[in-house]
Write a protein that binds this ligand. Sequence first.
Ligand code: CU
Length: 157
Amino acid sequence: MRRPAAAAALVAAALTGTALLTGCGASSDTGNARAELSVHSAYMPQPVSASMAAGFLTIENKGGAKDELTSVTSAEAGDVTVHQTAGGVMTEAGPLTVPAHGRLVFKSGGNHLMFDQLKRAPRQGQTVPVELHFAESGTVKIEMPVKSATYNPATGH
Ligand code: CU
């Protein structure tokens, strides 16, 4: 009577492993879980200054392992830094974690990207190339659309 039970457990384990590999219903952090990143809602408000701009985005992780955003670069800016805001004070952030089955959000009043030494003033309707560098997932390239200076992502205008 014990052997069939053990065999059933093995089959169940094999099925779980398959689910993790295909990314369907992966709810466990065991096995060879990986981060599965995607970027949403990226935008840059058209900057007032010709040399400095902010950027916002959401990094979603559907995978079962965390990742870390280690740095950000752009061909259009001499320098890009990651800032966090706490108590109204803006400081440069170290690597930020994208939790497993979670998200890292950059939004007005919170985390944001800071573009310095812009090569030209971004104008509404243009896009700015941005490379996001992750500890595990490597480099993710996005085109960040430039929106109006007062763009509100909640209302879409
Ligand atoms: Cu800042």
